[in-house]
Write a new protein. Structure first.
Length: 136
């Protein structure tokens, strides 16, 4: 897709700090990291979101994700890491080419510190489960 910045990286039109590439994926450093080693992994094919991704390609991405995440975490001497996939603008997706963030973490780094959880009201769980099942 000609206007997509990640497709331009894949085409070699703009530079990137590449970590790993093969015929299915490219992993490279995020230009605006939130921790050292913050990595993005994307399919070569321009696919916008996780639910648009054909299952065979998603399987191929995931089969590589653990190896790349483990290497990033080990290299950064991290205590853990997050794998994050933003889908849609409301969820923070800015680049509309499917990608997974691998974010190395240190104990006490306070990234994603506030997780605003709450409790469902009575009956709401059943309604939500029913609604999701209808859409499977
Ligand atoms: P999103 O919010 O879409 O999940 O994340 C997009 C990510 O891509 C951001 O973290 C941003 O820093 C990164 N990014 C945007 N443009 C470029 C670029 O040209 N090169 C690299 N390496 N990363 C980019
Ligand atoms: Zn693209």
């Amino acid at each position: 897709m000609s206007s997509c910045i990640f497709c331009k990286i894949l085409a070699g039109e703009i530079p990137a700090a590449k970590i790993y590439e093969d015929d299915v994926v490219l992993a490279f450093l995020d230009i605006g990291p939130i921790s050292d080693g913050h990595t993005l992994m994307m399919p070569r094919q321009h696919i916008e979101t996780l639910h648009d991704c054909p299952s065979d390609i998603l399987g191929q991405i995931c089969s590589r994700l653990g190896k790349i995440a483990g290497a990033v975490a080990k290299a950064m001497n991290s205590d853990g890491y997050n794998v994050l996939c933003n889908n849609g603008g409301a969820a923070g997706q800015v680049v509309e080419h499917l990608h997974f963030h691998i974010i190395p973490r240190k104990t006490g780094d306070k990234l994603f510190h506030h997780w605003p959880s709450y409790k469902y009201r009575q009956g709401q769980t059943e309604d939500i489960v029913t609604s999701i099942k209808k859409n499977l």
